[in-house]
Design a protein around this ligand. Structure first.
Ligand code: ADP
Ligand code: MG
Length: 321
């Protein structure tokens, strides 16, 4: 390596995103020393991204850095947590300084935006792999969980699922549509916005929540299984963006919305008594909320059309193994 491991850490990672006053010791010692918050519980999440598996190998270093943290912020959001600290385990084939500068900028700018401090990590040589561990706070007992959905609850999704899968297809060059729509969709794939504020808003409102990484249907199924219930989802209620409609036929757009991964929207359930609380979440807070169905006692996920007639659909989602 042209630059030593220590110089590299110092040059690119030491600034650490946000400066938090609950960080007693950050990067530079054998371990980080962090101050806990009274009456809160700590939520800890880890996600690894590998080029060629989680993103095309051609995306920029800044987008790799952004994504490595964004997927973790999305898990914190799904738990209703307020982001605090993260650490980074980075395996690199070589110390390419231009790549590292871009990567660190993508990761640390996002960290700063969510008031999160990078407090440590590890740097090794090998095939490119990026693992981030992130920590966030919830008031004691307040974390959102996958278990908790009950028959009669509304099923909701934030934003417009399917856009990221549409964006990946644009990047792969398999869709034809106008330049504006292509730009919107590729951005939704490359720079998903973690729904951190929404996750915290949903504490005490949602009965269950998950973030959509493998596909809306597959992730909703995880909630239903954890909760021991089923759901009916109305295909005509799926919020499909104008950009996705411009780039895909109607049936393909529905398939992207249900089975496309990488949206990092939140899917959650809300009891009827608390649905009115959702009105306090205004679309001007950047993301719409759409009721797409209802939780039912009978296990499994069923799709129905506008007339309530069951539509047979195979449910697919991303699985690594
Ligand atoms: P040690 O050999 O004692 O484990 P390291 O040389 O691995 O120490 O790390 C030195 C310091 O740099 C530690 O504070 C560690 O957390 C931090 N660090 C190492 N790699 C990274 C990285 N990729 N991002 C952020 N901090 C890092
Ligand atoms: Mg080490």
């Amino acid at each position: 390596m042209s630059v030593s491991e220590f110089e590299l850490i110092d040059r690119y990672f030491r600034r650490g995103g946000a400066r938090r006053d609950d960080v007693v010791i950050g990067i530079g010692d054998d371990g980080a020393v962090l101050r806990p918050r009274p009456d809160h519980e700590l939520v800890v999440v880890t996600d690894t991204i590998v080029p060629g598996v989680h993103f095309p190998s051609t995306i920029t270093a800044a987008d790799v850095g952004y994504r490595a943290l964004a997927v973790n912020l999305s898990d914190l959001a799904a738990m209703g947590a307020e982001p605090a600290w993260c650490s980074l385990a980075l395996t690199l084939p070589q110390a390419d300084e231009a790549w590292l500068r871009g990567f660190a900028a993508g990761l640390l700018e996002l960290a700063e935006r969510f008031d999160m401090q990078l407090v440590g990590g590890d740097t090794t040589r090998g095939p490119l792999t990026v693992t981030v561990t992130a920590h966030g706070w919830v008031p004691a007992g307040g974390a959102l969980r996958r278990a908790g959905a009950c028959a009669g609850d509304g099923v909701y999704v934030s934003g417009t699922p399917g856009d990221a899968a549409g964006g990946l297809r644009v990047l792969m060059g398999v869709t034809e549509c106008d330049a504006d729509s292509r730009a919107v969709l590729t951005r939704r794939f490359l720079q998903p916005e973690p729904r951190v504020a929404l996750g915290q808003f949903l504490r005490g409102v949602a009965s269950s929540a998950i973030d959509v990484s493998d596909g809306l249907a597959a992730d909703l199924l995880h909630v239903l299984e954890a909760s021991g219930v089923g759901a009916e989802v109305r295909l005509d209620r799926l919020p499909i963006s104008a950009s996705l409609r411009a780039c895909e036929r109607a049936e393909a757009a529905i398939e992207r919305a249900l089975a496309g991964g990488d949206d990092y929207e939140l899917c959650f359930t809300v009891p009827p008594t608390r649905e009115s609380a959702l009105r306090e979440w205004r679309p001007d807070r950047g993301v719409s909320l759409t009721r797409i169905g209802t939780v039912v006692a009978r296990p499994g996920l069923r799709f129905v059309n506008a007339d309530g007639v069951v539509v047979e659909r195979h449910i697919s989602g991303y699985a690594h193994f």
